[in-house]
Design a binder for this molecule. Structure first.
Ligand SMILES: Nc1ncnc2c1ncn2[C@@H]1O[C@H](COP(=O)(O)OP(=O)(O)O)[C@@H](O)[C@H]1O
Ligand SMILES: N[C@@H](CCOP(=O)(O)O)C(=O)O
Length: 306
């Protein structure tokens, strides 16, 4: 079946999409909890005669160009899924701030960007269908704990077995401090390091910690250290990121609620401004203060000139 071509570029207004970085897992909430941060990718998209990609910042010169660029590939598959005409070309220009392969949800941000644009082009004026977007994001990513906060902002919980998400309140004092290493670890490789089963005591301790973590994030920062213990993924991934694992241990032994962000290798310390003050630089890591942020936004943009 051939896809109908578009009547003309004016059918697809130029779009500006912003999507935040995210920390998935947050310790014991593997594939379930996620938090959006004020570190944002900005992408401008418009229909053109061919596929053209221009990236500044993170991933510049390294991400695939043309149809294989993750935002464009997701946008095209989203349009096709919605039964929309698919353009012959797209011009994408991106200002990327989310580092790639560091556990801060860059790929989920790219997927959410493409899906938000697809929805806006295919269903102009209609509020985004959250279930559709989450279903497509799960198909692309395999898990929803990054895409959910990237879409909705704040703290989110993925409902098990469903393409549904609950947005949770967050203590207003909560902040993060990221230690971002120079080297990347692909999420796919980090998922490959996980065992098929875990001991029952580890699973039951994780349930208690995940529940305590939600309580701590909502009302009780003093419980963050106890609530961020993890037995499900961080220990198994430590050999892939020894410097991050060592930093994690050092910070936790000093009483800080440090976790591996997503699949790593970034380490994020959660806490109030007072909890995070006085934390020192770590060799081989750059530090970035993070504040919780809102979710994805899409706006009409002026057409490209020249
Ligand atoms: N903004 C982007 N534009 C194009 N490709 C991207 C973008 N962000 C991520 N990617 C792709 O996703 C890969 C990183 O994904 P992943 O291993 O899941 O790590 P992360 O923890 O950063 O999401 C990059 O190497 C790149 O191929
Ligand atoms: N739950 C996932 C989260 C991956 O997050 P990312 O930011 O590293 O892509 C996992 O732990 O595999």
């Amino acid at each position: 079946m051939s896809v109908p071509s578009v009547p003309g570029p004016t059918a697809f207004p130029a779009l500006a999409v912003t999507v935040p970085a995210t920390s998935a897992n947050l310790g014991p909430g593997f594939d379930a909890l996620g938090l959006a941060w004020d570190l944002v990718d900005e992408v401008r998209l418009e229909v053109a005669d061919e596929f053209a990609v221009s990236v500044t910042g993170e991933g510049a010169g390294r991400v695939p160009e043309g149809r294989r660029h993750l935002v464009i590939a997701t946008l095209l598959s989203g349009l096709a899924d919605l039964g929309s005409p698919v353009p012959d070309g797209i011009r994408l220009s991106a200002v990327n701030r989310i580092p790639h392969g560091r556990g801060l949800g860059s790929s989920a941000a790219a997927v959410v960007t493409g899906l938000m644009a697809a929805w806006t082009w295919a269903r102009p004026g209609r509020p985004v269908d959250e279930r559709w977007l989450l279903r497509r994001a799960r198909a692309a990513e395999g898990h929803l704990d990054n895409a959910a906060p990237a879409l909705l902002g704040g703290l989110t919980l993925v409902v098990p077995g469903e393409d549904r998400v609950v947005r949770l309140p967050l203590d207003e004092r909560l902040m993060g401090l990221a230690f971002i290493p120079d080297g990347a670890v692909a999420t796919r490789a980090a998922r490959g390091a996980l065992p098929p089963t875990v001991p029952h005591p580890d699973a039951s301790a994780s349930v208690a910690c995940a529940a305590l973590l939600v309580h701590a994030l909502q009302h009780s920062p003093q419980d963050l250290l106890a609530g961020t213990q993890d037995w499900l993924h961080q220990p198994y991934r430590a050999p892939l990121m020894p410097a991050s694992a060592a930093l994690l241990d050092r910070l936790r032994n000093a009483g800080h609620a440090a976790v591996i962000s997503g699949a790593g290798p970034t380490v994020v310390v959660l806490g109030t401004p007072a909890d995070l003050s006085g934390l020192d630089e770590a060799l081989g890591f750059r530090m970035r203060r993070l504040r919780p942020a809102g979710g994805a936004r899409v706006e009409f943009a002026p057409a490209h000139r020249g």
